[in-house]
Design a protein around this ligand. Sequence first.
Ligand code: SAH
Length: 264
Amino acid sequence: MTGTGQAKPKERPGFPIRLAPASPPGRPKAVLGLPVRMSPSRLMPQGLGLDSRAVLHNMVAKLKQQGISDALVLAAMGNVERHRFVDSALGNQAYEDTSLPIGLGQTISKPGVVSRMLELLHQGCSGRLGRVLEIGTGCGYQAAVLSQLCTEVYSIERLRGLHDKARENLRHLRLANVHLLFGDGRAGYAKGAPYAGIISAAGGESVPQEWLDQLAVGARLVAPVAGASGSSGQALVVIEKTPQGLQRTVMEAVHFVPLKSGVA
Ligand code: SAH
């Protein structure tokens, strides 16, 4: 893979992510069991005047209303504080069902889309998924959610600035099962193959052959693909690798950033 670093477990164990316990406003609180000496903006969505746990709970309730029913996916979404992954100026929008800029022209996907894709990825699996490959780390939010849903996450990003940002965002969560890689994810990451799931947060014209090759038999791939539904726009595509071959299903229309080549 072009310009790819080694898979490096960056964080110390500490799984799962523990949320700050609800506490009266103004009182110091503990996050991850440690005394907190961070600015309030890192703990609470700004401008809401609410405990982040309450708004997170609310976000998960809305996902349920939208039709997300996979209990593990909902629990994973409810375990990751999304405001930690966006600029503090955007903190008050972090729990809305909206995509937000994360720098370098890229965006963090809407919680509704993240949970939908994770539900499709996890379908047919009763417990945790095994090793999963994510293409497009971005700010690291989806990788953190995935860390709750699978045993190992390999996440690749082609933009150095975002790869570094994700590492910074994830550092304090100490997720021992998340491995951040820098490189062109179109080649997948052969060293971690075969994968129990592959998920892409960027949409290409087609699904790279390498992803299909690196998928385990019985595993699924979920990715936005341009032109998949016949129109010029993108649609979510689910590909299942069965012993008989690949089964491809085209789902709803989506709008993701493009899958690009090379690194920058
Ligand atoms: N899952 C991310 C979403 C980031 S947006 C999050 O939670 O924030 C999609 C990301 O895919 C962008 O950061 C973009 O740089 C990255 N990307 C696009 N093409 C890529 C490629 N070929 N390899 C790796 N990453 C790619």
